[in-house]
Ligand binder design. Structure first.
Ligand code: NAD
Ligand code: UDP
Ligand code: UDP
Length: 318
């Protein structure tokens, strides 16, 4: 290879994608960001637009894409339940047709290709914490299935392209990740709670708030992405990336209210159908194969995220 490494990031204008583009540009790569702006925005990448090695293409990955690159990170897909359930058929198409196009592209140009999979492949898990060997407990016809089954099928496609065409693949199963640049109306729990607390509005707990999640700070996650991509060719995954610190949603609400000094009350709303009751990654494989583990504790990551929303809210609210 001559010159800079050329890297394609699909979903590059989204929350995780924008951090990844920034990191790759910082490492001297030439980055092509592809996004249809369904949940992402130019605002997330505006600070990168002056970089001559950054190129943005408005494109929907359910349609074929022809570019010449050395590596591909496939992140395009709405990630928040309200957004992936808005047009469930498009969500399945993005995961499945999108994966076929990206894999076809990787095959043609012989690029290494990374899939942003998810802890949702484990569904409402009956083993705890979740190891990569667990096959999951997913309702195939429920409201979350467009996302969960789409991502499961994408993993199948990645492994079949690997077996059938010797494609160099990497599959990361990402657990709940948070940080600056989450969309204020994203609907995910960390951004919802922070925005509600800062506005002094009621903090909405779904169910009784006893369900658990494990929250990873965005920069820790991106470090895991880059290490997995750079790992030896026999390290293809799937590999869990997430922070093993586990909290109930109620604990998270109390922490956010406390850290923002808010007077918000907690209110309880119905638990969405098929909402997983517990989730925590077993990251032994990432530790062993990538020498990776998260370094930012929840309190510190929340402080950085709260500072971002405190700065941005007055701007958005004009
Ligand atoms: P996000 O919604 O902020 O980003 C997704 C990006 O993909 C957006 O910019 C969106 O406009 C774009 N996109 C959607 N459909 C597209 C299409 N058909 N063609 C082109 N672009 C399209 O979400 P995120 O949190 O940054 O998630 C990025 C990836 O990581 C997703 O694949 C998601 O499933 C996965 N993931 C995220 C988390 C998390 O906690 N953030 C957890 C598990 C998996
Ligand atoms: N594809 C693409 N860009 C490329 C090469 C392929 O978008 O550079 C798409 C192509 O449209 C096809 C898909 O990827 O539908 C799968 O390609 P593959 O070569 O695996 O299958 P085939 O073309 O034989 O259907
Ligand atoms: N949740 C909540 N209040 C909100 C948003 C989410 O109690 O305003 C709950 C949701 O029901 C789930 C957890 O928080 O149990 C995490 O939700 P999120 O949408 O962030 O991610 P996912 O369910 O995909 O893990």
């Amino acid at each position: 290879m001559y010159g800079r490494k050329r890297v394609l990031v699909t979903g590059g204008a989204g929350f995780l994608g924008s951090f990844l583009c920034e990191r790759l540009l910082g490492e001297g790569c030439e980055v092509i960001c592809v996004d249809n702006y369904f949940t992402g925005s130019r605002e997330n990448i505006v600070h990168l637009l002056d970089n001559p090695y950054f190129e943005v293409i408005r494109h929907d990955i359910t349609f074929p894409l022809y570019v010449e690159v050395d590596e591909i990170y496939n992140l395009a897909c709405p990630a928040s339940p309200i957004h992936y359930q808005f047009d469930p058929v498009q969500t399945v198409k993005t995961s499945v047709h999108g994966a076929i196009n990206i894999l076809g592209l990787a095959k043609r140009v012989k690029a290494k290709v990374f899939q942003a999979s998810t802890s949702e492949v484990y569904g409402d898990p009956s083993i705890h914490p979740q190891t990569e060997g667990y096959w999951g407990n997913v309702n195939p016809i429920g409201p979350r299935a467009c996302y969960d089954e789409g991502k499961r099928c994408a993993e199948t496609l990645f492994f079949d392209y690997h077996r059938q065409y010797r494609l160099n693949i990497r599959v990361a199963r990402i657990f709940n990740t948070y940080g600056p640049r989450m969309h204020p109306q994203d609907g995910r729990v960390v951004s919802n709670f922070i925005v509600q607390a800062l506005r002094g509005e009621p903090v909405t707990l779904y169910g009784d708030g006893s369900q658990t999640r494990s929250f990873c700070y965005v920069e820790d996650l991106i470090e895991g992405f880059v290490r997995l991509m750079a790992a030896p060719d026999d390290v293809i995954g799937p590999i869990n990336l997430g922070n093993p610190g586990e909290f109930t949603i109620r604990q998270l609400a109390e922490l956010v209210i406390d850290m923002t000094g808010s007077k918000s009350e907690m209110v309880f709303k119905p638990l969405p159908q098929d909402d997983p009751t517990q989730r925590r990654p077993d990251i032994s494989r990432a530790k062993e194969k990538l020498d990776w583990e998260p370094t930012v504790p929840l309190k510190e990551g929340l402080a950085r995220t709260i500072a971002y929303f405190e700065r941005k809210l007055p701007e958005w609210e004009g």
